[in-house]
Design a protein around this ligand. Structure first.
Ligand code: ATP
Ligand code: MG
Length: 590
């Protein structure tokens, strides 16, 4: 099952064109697939691959996924869905230092929540790069034997110095021409834990004078005495990402390996490595190809796992799912729907040049996705009490008047919500002024407004406490003006205000979020991004909501009339503690 709806309206892009041309030209025909990832041997008698293409989403489990990953997920899973293919979820766990099972679980949750699945035709395509460590080790040995790799015992500093620059070629290592047998022996000692970290590495032997620095004998294996989250202490040597990634793609029979632009310069090594391993008989053709697209940069947030991890670790935010973070867990808790993120990914498209996307584009997709879904409700975020002084005469002492409103103004089939009006109600503090500025149509002494879905009232004035703060507005009900009753419109008013009844409204906490960073491009130009945090990114208020909204389970979306989109907090909202997060304001609102 793959995500339906919003993401299926397909705009073409260069990746779609590549895939369509590959399919049309039959370039992907004749690929074998053994049902599980496999080397040349495993594929020898394997049947043809039933998947027309294979893509993969390969996060490193060293943090939570963010909005940038959502772009990659929608792209890779979306292409597989649209072209009769399969997308693998690959946990790229070749660097044991920062990887953890907590992150693996969070990644699975995030991909499923976005509406995608790596189970195809009953087969799970969740893979771990660490499952290929044996093969990678074998591949490294084969490269040494073929004279295509050597153990280099220079210090890291020496290697750096001899790598050359963009304008100067590198210098060959003194270990470059050592016999293969000697490299094999050294490599075996590395694997057996007999050498210290950093004392030597295995390097591919390519060309120290290559204009592409990535081809100047890149390191492919290093010593690291670290406990791996899955293989424990079985290994003390680990493959470098640039060596591991092409192999992972090839073993999984990926056809289109899609990554971000910064890997463009790695593509020649990707192709060099796979071609040689195929020649050596370890991998079966056809080999995967790498294609690059522009990563997502979103204004006012950071989309680097390292920076996000720092925000969490140093307590600048309240965990990985803090609603201010652009992590998928944070966006979800903030009230972003999966459909909104898919719509956003579709709208920004894919291109080959880096750009910043304005945060308002994400909010626009959110509003478009939520508008038809979110139930409406009234909430008062900054409450001021209003007393209807003639209630007892007009309606009756102690009586409450039943009011109702549509759950959704354009979807009558969703029914109506019920709430009560009484002699006392809550209004927004900002809806009353003593001296109205020009164009102010809400409450001021002598003015009439309509209580939305209720009656017309006429403002009499306000009471102040000893400090001069307004504590209560007084008004009188204008008889025979109840919304929906005959003749209700006879009394004309220019203003309509939202409210909740003191008798049935439920006390609620509202968490009003603003941009996490005050600057558009946090940390740009090497600046300290921490210094650019917005000190007012969270403001909490205590107010009141309609009873139905208070009863909704955590995760329910609402449009609070006049205020914007809110979600019942998935963690803290429950009976006895009503908590709403503001997802975004209404269009055009401040
Ligand atoms: P980070 O730098 O935040 O750690 P990463 O690229 O190292 O990000 P990975 O876990 O390695 O994170 O990424 C998994 C996949 O998601 C990769 O294919 C990567 O290209 C893609 N990806 C990561 N960030 C973005 C982004 N901002 N926009 C688009 N794709 C992204
Ligand atoms: Mg990374």
């Amino acid at each position: 099952m793959q995500a339906p709806d919003t993401a299926t309206s397909k705009t073409s892009n260069f990746l779609r064109q590549i895939i369509e041309s590959d399919l049309a030209a039959g370039r992907l025909d004749g690929r074998r697939y053994a049902g599980v990832p496999g080397d040349a041997l495993a594929l020898a008698d394997a049947p043809l691959d039933a998947a027309r293409i294979r893509t993969r989403f390969p996060p490193e489990p060293n943090g939570y996924l963010h909005i940038g990953h959502a772009k990659s997920i929608c792209l890779n899973f979306g292409l597989a869905r649209d072209y009769g293919g399969v997308c693998h979820l690959r946990l790229d766990d070749t660097n044991p230092d920062k990887e953890d099972d907590e992150y693996v679980r969070a990644i699975r949750d995030a991909v499923r929540w976005l509406g995608f699945d790596w189970v195809a035709a009953g087969v799970s395509h969740e893979y771990f790069a660490s499952d290929y460590f044996d093969f990678m080790h074998r591949a490294a040995c084969a490269l040494i034997d073929a004279g295509l790799a050597y153990v280099d015992e220079q210090s890291a500093d020496e290697m750096r110095r001899r790598r050359g620059t963009l304008t100067e070629p590198g210098v060959d290592s003194p270990w470059r021409e050592r016999p293969a047998a000697e490299s094999r022996e050294r490599f075996a000692q590395m694997r057996d834990g007999r050498h210290a970290e950093g004392s030597m590495v295995l390097r591919a032997k390519i060309d120290m004078a290559s204009p592409n620095i990535n081809l100047r004998d890149p390191a492919i294996y290093r010593i690291k005495f670290a406990e791996h989250h899955r293989t424990g202490t079985r290994w003390c040597i680990y493959p470098m990402y640039t060596f591991a990634h092409p192999i992972e793609d090839a073993l999984e029979r990926i056809t289109h390996s899609i990554c971000t632009l910064e890997f463009e310069d790695q593509r020649p090594f990707y192709d060099w490595l796979l071609a040689h391993l195929a020649e050596l008989g370890l991998l079966a053709p056809p080999l995967p190809h790498q294609y690059e697209f522009a990563r997502l940069n979103l204004t006012h947030v950071v989309t680097s796992k390292r920076k996000l991890a720092q925000l969490v670790a140093d307590g600048h935010v309240d965990g990985w799912d803090d609603p201010r973070l652009p992590t998928l867990a944070g966006l979800r808790r903030r009230g972003y729907s999966a459909g909104a993120l898919r719509l956003f990914a579709e709208r920004i498209g894919v291109s080959k040049s880096d750009a910043w996307i304005d945060y308002s584009t994400l909010e626009g997709a959110l509003r478009d996705d939520l508008e038809p879904h979110a139930a409406r409700a009234m909430a008062v975020l900054d409450p001021l009490k209003l007393v209807l002084v003639n209630w007892d005469e007009v309606i009756g002492s102690g009586r409450l008047d039943d009011c109702s409103a549509p759950v959704h103004p354009h979807q009558p089939e969703r029914g109506r919500r019920q709430f009560k009006l009484g002699a006392e109600l809550w209004i927004e503090r900002g809806d009353y002024v003593e001296q109205p500025p020009k164009g102010f149509f809400r409450l001021f002494p002598g003015n009439r407004v309509r209580l939305k879905y209720g009656h017309v009232i006429e403002c009499l004035g306000a009471e102040r406490d000893a400090d001069g703060r307004i504590v209560e507005v007084r008004a009188r009900l204008v008889p025979d003006t109840k919304s929906g009753t005959p003749g209700a419109d006879a009394v004309k008013v220019k203003g309509v205000i939202t409210w909740v009844g003191a008798a049935d409204a439920v006390a609620a906490e509202f968490r009003l979020y603003d941009a996490l960073f005050a600057t558009e491009h946090p940390g740009a130009g090497g600046a300290d991004f921490i210094a650019e945090l917005n000190p007012d990114s969270l403001r909490t208020t205590q107010g009141w909501v309609e009873p139905d909204a208070a009863r909704a389970p955590g995760g329910t979306h609402f449009q609070f009339e006049r205020h914007g989109y809110f979600v019942a907090d998935a963690v803290d909202h429950r009976a006895g503690r009503v908590v709403f997060n503001r997802t975004t304001t209404l269009r055009g609102a401040g």
